[in-house]
Design a protein around this ligand. Structure first.
Ligand SMILES: Cc1cc2nc3c(=O)[nH]c(=O)nc-3n(C[C@H](O)[C@H](O)[C@H](O)COP(=O)(O)OP(=O)(O)OC[C@H]3O[C@@H](n4cnc5c(N)ncnc54)[C@H](O)[C@@H]3O)c2cc1C
Length: 805
């Protein structure tokens, strides 16, 4: 066995083998995979082998498309069969919401190059004749859906990797991973120790145990899952005589997936009475074994399936497969560099290894070899959870995710499991005021405030929800008087040290302000992609406060740590600083009334230390509402006192609290982008207009400079635009196609209703050479083409007089 290598991948399931193959494909051949038993010895061997592209997250869907297309390539490279059955598949819709969701997915597929289509119940009968279409409104047909041989495919990945120079050692169990002072690793196995630069945890069912060897908690655990294979079914036998293979049928109402297996059928369930498995850890002696059959927990699902697929009722059951596989709290994989670790990578919690394994392998290999991925991977980045995550949180979330696997996911939906979890001192006060809560990064955030005669629950919907009136009220308060909400859901960092300014100049593309001022700046990756959208406040020559997205704390801290420098300390104070923002024409009057300091001289983009009532605060004159506003930061221990002062001073001015729904409406008036919608690693600064904040004048080779300069010289091929949409009851959410002259030329990034302007507003990309004020386009919302017009003048305070005044 080799004793030194560049990468050790731990785990020879489909995911580990895909990672290994992709490392070789991208040029690293000195790579090694260790498997404690035979390849496929975890979840992989008993998978049903189904694959499909449908995924609520657009980037995940694109990666699933990549995975599926890869199988042919693997077969060609290796000469091995993956046992591919590209039979296509239909996902049924039995109610309007589910149909809306499928139509919206279909629309996205237009610019993703996926050839799906919406089919009628009559079409379904022809395509998938085992289906009883009573009560079915239609379906999404995807010709790429199909299934394969899980073992053959895993071995094909392994062979392709070996052909690229990789080594695979089976029957070699990793028992320790020990990091040396230089950041490299000793991987201790039962056959000896291997010294390696990088470790990849692809331990699947044992990912937690492998992680614990390095002191890392991976938020995942297995769930039991069961599928049945029937004896021969006459209808299938007849179809086979005509050389036709029955396609897949996903029936979300019955929480089942069905396909042909031999001359019979195979059906699996995501049942509500589901059961977590090995929550406290997977035993090392669990091997190639199945769990005992359990018909009780799928009894209701089987009854439903008999109605939807009547042929099942008369078919005998040939075999039952009941096994465990892992889930993260939101069901997406945990991939990437593990925050807080050097040279330690995650490829875990892949619950659909045959739909996602290829994409996971490609992204991880790009990350390791090229330093960044070709697309935004936040949906599967292991940094999307923070160090607040606990096994106690993971468990109910994993169960919720399993149960909702086939549910409609709505853009405004707030999932209830494991809540409320993290709260600020304001929780009870806002709750009494009618707050309707959402959750962000584990933290309770007020979405809006219901009146006493309104429900305390926002109905999940693709259309405008019952939050509409409350949001309108809150917007009006901000635009006409003064609104207040918390600043708790900003990521906040304090950068200190003699080299703090120089370091910030290198990390951030924008200008770093002088003392007492703040600036807005993009943070770029080396390839010029947007990896942050920051406000930088200069507190002193050697101290700065940064604010950015709350949900990206672990992501941003990982980047800061990867780029750490002598003489600079970066502290994540996101939960150690809280406070309020007040915004609206009366905001200055309120602040003046509660401090002895002179607020009148505070200009737009100023930052000051003020004592407000009893509390020492850091105050920034800036507001994402686009209005006159102040962000006020304080110690959480003093937040209630600060609230009492601001509220007492604010009430006479008509102050009311406002929530995130109002905030997202207000920002639309100014066409402000939002993180992970308009600003994400999928886009560059010039494409999104963030290049106006880049300081090309500064004498620093900031990260991403060369890429940004190159783009400045050529100009971006697409540009972010704002649109007024002739919508009816549904606004743009994200990724709706933009049509021009009969073809799709772009897509939306986000949208919503501007309650101030009383217009439906969208943001999205158009080819640069087509952008023009007033350009008429059409945006496809829930299957309908809506007229839209490019806007270049903000809908509120176009000259900035109010914001800056
Ligand atoms: C009943 C069932 C049906 C399914 N159907 C489908 C389907 O139709 N389509 C689909 O896409 N997915 C399906 N899945 C899910 C799929 O099986 C998983 O997504 C996939 O197998 C995960 O692969 P993995 O490589 O991450 O993990 P695993 O397959 O669990 O592989 C991990 C490997 O790591 C090895 N290992 C662990 N610790 C060590 C160590 N210390 N040293 C060395 N080696 C170690 C293990 O022995 C194992 O081989 C199904 C799962 C189940 C249970």
């Amino acid at each position: 066995m080799k004793t030194t290598t560049r990468v050790v991948v731990i785990g020879g399931g489909v995911v580990g083998c895909s990672v290994l193959y992709h490392l070789t494909k991208l040029g690293w051949s000195d790579v090694m995979l260790l498997e404690r038993s035979e390849l496929t010895s975890g979840s992989t061997w008993h998978a049903a082998g189904g694959f499909h592209t449908l995924n609520g997250d657009t980037n995940m869907a694109a990666l699933q498309g990549y995975t599926i297309r890869l199988y042919k390539e693997l077969e060609e490279i290796t000469g091995m069969s993956c046992g591919l059955h590209h039979v296509g598949g239909v996902t049924l819709a039995d109610n309007q919401d589910r149909f809306d969701m499928l139509v919206a997915e279909r629309a996205k597929h237009r610019f993703m190059g996926l050839e799906t289509e919406i089919v009628t119940p009559e079409d379904i009968k022809k395509i998938a004749p085992v289906t009883n279409t009573d009560g079915i409104l239609g379906a999404l047909y995807d010709p790429l859906d199909g299934h394969l041989d899980p073992s053959g495919t895993t071995h094909a990945y392994a062979k392709a990797a070996r052909m690229g120079g990789a080594t695979i050692e089976t029957h070699t169990k990793v028992i320790e991973t020990n990091q040396r002072a230089d950041g490299t690793w000793d991987v201790v196995t039962d056959k000896g120790t291997i010294h390696t630069e990088h470790v990849v945890n692809a331990g699947g069912l044992w990912a937690r145990e492998v992680g614990a060897m390095a002191g890392v908690y991976f938020p995942l655990h297995p769930m039991e899952h069961q599928y049945l294979v029937t004896e021969d079914v006459p209808l299938i036998v007849d179809m086979m005589k005509d050389g036709i293979e029955h396609p897949h049928v996903m029936d979300p109402a019955g929480e089942s997936y069905l396909r042909q297996e031999g001359k019979g059928l195979c059906i699996g369930f995501y049942e509500q009475p589901c059961r977590p498995w090995a929550v406290d850890g997977t035993l090392w002696d669990f091997g190639h074994e199945l769990l005992p059959d359990d018909f009780d927990k799928i009894e209701d699902s089987i009854d439903f399936a008999y109605k939807r697929f009547p042929d099942l009722e008369t078919a005998g059951i040939k075999s039952v497969i009941h096994g465990p596989f892992t889930f993260a709290p939101d069901g997406n994989p945990l991939v990437g560099p593990v925050p807080g670790m050097r040279n330690y990578w995650s490829a875990c919690a892949v619950m659909a290894g045959f739909s996602q394994g290829g994409g996971v392998g490609l992204m991880l290999a790009q990350w390791m070899i090229e330093g960044e991925c070709e697309r935004d991977t936040f949906a599967m980045d292991c940094a999307r959870f923070g160090d607040w995550i606990t096994p106690g949180y993971t468990r109910p979330k994993v169960i919720e995710n399993y149960q909702k696997r086939f549910s409609v996911s709505y853009p405004n939906e707030e999932l209830p499991a494991a809540r409320p979890f993290r709260q600020t001192p304001m929780y009870d006060t806002f709750d009494k005021m009618g707050a309707v809560w959402g959750q962000q990064f584990g933290l309770e955030v007020a979405n809006y405030f219901a009146q006493s005669d309104e429900p305390r629950f926002e109905t999940p919907s693709f259309r405008r929800s019952n939050a509409f009136d409350a949001t309108a009220r809150e917007v009006k308060v901000v635009r006409e008087a003064v609104g207040i909400n918390e600043t708790h859901n900003f990521g906040k960092y304090i950068v200190t040290g003699p080299n703090a300014r120089d370091w910030l100049d290198l990390i951030m593309a924008g200008r770093i302000p002088k003392q007492g001022r703040l600036s807005l700046t993009p943070m770029l990756s080396p390839k010029g992609r947007l990896i942050g959208d920051f406000t930088v406040s200069c507190l002193s020559d050697h101290a700065f406060q940064l604010t950015a997205s709350y949900g990206s704390q672990a992501y941003h801290m990982r980047w800061f740590e990867q780029n750490e420098a002598e003489g600079v300390k970066v502290a994540n104070v996101s939960d150690r600083l809280t406070g309020f923002q007040i915004a609206g024409p009366k905001a200055r009057d309120v602040l003046t009334a509660c401090t002895r300091d002179d607020v009148s001289e505070m200009k737009f983009m100023d930052v000051r230390q003020l004592t407000i009532g009893l509390v020492d605060c850091l105050v920034q004159r800036v507001s994402y509402t686009g209005d006159l506003g102040f962000e006020i930061y304080c110690d959480p221990m003093a937040q209630r006192a600060l609230w009492d002062t601001l509220w007492t001073a604010g009430e006479p001015h008509g102050m009311r609290p406002f929530g995130m729904r109002a905030m997202m409406s207000l920002r639309l008036d100014k066409f402000f982008g939002s993180w992970l919608s308009e600003f994400s690693p999928d886009y560059t600064a010039a494409e999104t207009g963030m290049d106006r904040f880049i300081s090309f004048k500064k004498n620093t080779d900031f990260i991403g400079r060369a890429a940004a300069e190159a783009e400045r010289d050529t100009g971006p091929t697409r540009r972010l635009c704002a649109f007024e949409v002739e919508a009816e009851d549904a606004d743009v959410n994200a990724y709706e196609p933009i049509w021009l002259d009969g073809s799709v030329v772009g897509f939306c990034t986000s949208g919503g209703y501007s309650h101030h302007a009383q217009k439906s507003i969208a943001q999205g990309f158009l080819p640069s050479d087509r952008v023009a004020d007033g350009l008429e386009v059409e945006i496809e919302i829930l299957g309908k083409l809506r007229k839209a017009r490019v806007l270049t003048t903000p809908l509120f305070d176009a000259d900035g007089a109010r914001m800056r005044g």
